[in-house]
Design a protein. Structure first.
Length: 155
């Protein structure tokens, strides 16, 4: 698998999500400040709810911008046989149910992409699986919630 292509796909996915969130943030902000949203009585919380939504959307936009920057500036290194897993590694785990592919990213854990017919999931070093994988090498066993898996490859 080509890591640069995977990073490009992750950046494209994050960019699409950012565009969607920016639109949602603008809509939520407009709803929060719209004169028609003004409370009609003390039990009317439309304006308050819209402002909470706008704040949440703005925070998500900031998170996505940070993730985009982290992937755009990520320097890739080639992992050789025997190298410990680290940031920027593309890891294949082999278990009883087949292979799973993970990219150890600086941010945006949980982002999924399709690459050459394989699902690749972004995980961060701080995630539970990321913590188990860090410093492992090809052939090491990793305890998983259901059984065990073997590190089948690191790229």
């Amino acid at each position: 698998m080509n890591k640069q292509a995977i990073i490009s796909q992750i950046i494209a996915s994050l960019s699409t999500e950012l565009d969607t969130c920016l639109s949602a943030a603008r809509s939520a902000s407009a709803a929060a400040t719209d004169p028609d949203s003004k409370a009609e009585n003390k039990y009317d919380t439309r304006s308050l709810e819209a402002s909470y939504l706008a704040r949440g959307q703005a925070q998500r936009v900031g998170e996505l911008q940070e993730a985009l920057h982290a992937f755009e500036t990520l320097s890739l290194r080639r992992f050789e046989t025997g190298d410990a897993i680290g940031l920027g590694a593309l890891v294949t785990l082999k278990g009883d149910d087949g292979e799973s592919h993970y990219f150890i990213g600086p941010n945006a854990g949980g982002t999924e992409i399709q690459h050459k017919g394989h699902e690749v999931l972004v995980i961060t070093p701080g995630s539970p699986l990321g913590q188990k994988l860090m410093a492992k090498t090809v052939g090491d066993r990793v305890a998983m919630p259901v059984g065990q898996a073997e590190v089948g490859g690191v790229g």
